[in-house]
Design a binder for this molecule. Structure first.
Ligand code: C5P
Length: 206
């Protein structure tokens, strides 16, 4: 079984993907990490993020060991990721790795932006996880404050809106709901309720 989970930043897809993978004993790939690693490597090497040739070269030589990089989860890496993710050269270099991962036994949960539309269009289960920008910004702000960071809600909201616009507006594999995806709006749900709703979607499809 392949479960494809797509949606905008901070909608809860990462947590849901991990819990679904654990529940169904499937492999899990957070595909955002691939783009984050490429953005991070380019920034560390002083390369121009907007240069498709340089970005494509980094993507083609990406080593899975690079995914262990310490600061890939933060906001800055997310920002770098969405800038390199616009290049078709980058996206095409990552297709084979993601598809091979998905095909490996016993199956996998992949989360990202284009899993149901471009990477695994034949996935048995597709879930588009979303929430209002305000709810996502509130969650992200609370998460960062819980870690002791002094962050401003309005600024986080602006970053989320900017990332949504870039991810949805790019011409190469933009963020969009696959026609056969079930929509899971987590705006009014806590993580346990969202997980139950996701299980119900999976059970209805398999
Ligand atoms: O999901 P995450 O926040 O880690 O993704 C970081 C960025 O990487 C996204 O904003 C998006 O631009 C890009 N990305 C993508 N396709 C994916 C996963 C992530 O374009 N499958």
């Amino acid at each position: 079984m392949i479960i494809a989970i797509d949606g905008p930043a901070a909608a809860g897809k990462g947590t849901l993907a991990l819990r679904l993978a654990d529940h169904y004993r499937l492999n899990h790939l957070d595909t955002g990490l691939l783009y984050r690693a490429i953005g991070r490597i380019m920034a560390d090497r002083g390369l121009d993020l907007d240069d498709p040739v340089a970005a494509g070269a980094v993507a083609r030589t990406l080593d899975p060991a690079d995914l262990g990089h310490a600061d890939l989860r933060g906001r800055e890496a997310g920002e770098l990721a969405s800038r390199v993710a616009v290049h078709p050269e980058v996206r095409s270099a990552l297709v084979a790795f993601q598809r091979d991962f998905a095909r490996r036994a016993p199956g996998a949960v992949l989360d990202g932006r284009d899993i149901g539309t471009a990477i695994c269009p034949d996935a048995e289960v597709k879930i588009f996880v979303t929430a209002s920008p305000e709810v996502r910004a509130r969650r992200r702000t609370d998460e960062l404050r819980a870690k002791g960071r002094n962050v401003d809600y309005e600024r986080i909201l602006a970053e989320i809106r900017e990332r949504d616009a870039r991810d949805s507006g790019r011409s190469s594999a933009p963020l969009k709901q696959a026609p056969d995806a079930a929509v899971l709006d987590t705006s009014a749900l806590d993580i346990d309720s969202a997980f139950e709703a996701a299980i119900a979607i999976v059970e209805a499809k398999r």
